[in-house]
Design a protein around this ligand. Structure first.
Ligand code: APR
Length: 183
């Protein structure tokens, strides 16, 4: 599904983030940038060891929760990997929404700073970190729409969802938010 936002497009697809031919793909990383399972495992497996060699060299102190850092993409069919650190869900009263907003926003800023026209996000924090899908979808979609209304780049923001229920959660969030924004 594609929705026009400002001069750009938000697109939802079901699939694997590591296969996306985009200027930038986003990793759901941890604050030590130490690798892991899920998206993080898939990106480093398919992208090869040079991605972590670069993040170790450039970001020896890791990345704070709610932010993101950028590296090359190794063997992946993207130019950059943006390593975003979403919050662990602990019930919603520990600033999780602000941190998840910050992580998405920083990814979009880094993409714009590096001249990326297209960026693909997974559903950050909704796996091991336990963030409820529908709440995370609202944050991700709202942050993308707000950024795209204020900036020329990136023009294409694609959310790559693993499985039908993740796709449906993002679809509901996009329909709700886009209709409010077009009123
Ligand atoms: N492509 C797209 N989405 C994927 C893929 C993939 N290849 N693999 C998993 N997912 C989905 C999951 O189903 C989930 O909805 O991405 C979402 C995020 O899940 P996680 O990768 O577990 O990320 P997160 O919840 O942010 O947890 C981050 O997990 O792997 C570790 O090092 C990582 O400590 C960090 C933590």
């Amino acid at each position: 599904m594609k929705t026009a936002i400002g001069n750009g497009i938000i697109e939802l697809v079901e699939g694997d983030i590591t296969l996306q031919e985009m200027d930038a793909i986003v990793n759901a990383a941890n604050s030590s940038l130490a690798g892991g399972g899920g998206v993080d495992g898939a990106i480093h497996r398919r992208g090869g060891p040079e991605i972590m060699a670069e993040t170790d060299r450039r970001y020896p102190n890791g990345c704070p929760t709610g932010s993101a850092v950028i590296s090359g993409a190794g063997n992946l069919p993207a130019r950059y990997v943006i390593h975003a650190v979403g919050p662990v869900w602990t019930g919603g009263k520990a600033g999780e929404a602000e941190l998840l907003t910050g992580a998405h926003r920083r990814c979009l800023e880094l993409a714009a700073e590096h001249g990326c026209q297209s960026i693909a996000f997974p559903a950050i924090s909704t796996g091991v970190y336990g963030y409820p899908l529908s709440l995370a979808a609202n944050v991700a979609i709202e942050t993308a729409i707000q950024f795209m209304q204020q900036h020329e780049q990136p023009q294409l923001v694609r959310f790559v969802l693993f499985g039908r229920s993740a796709y449906e959660a993002f679809d509901a969030a996009l329909q709700a938010t886009a209709s409010v924004n077009s009123m």
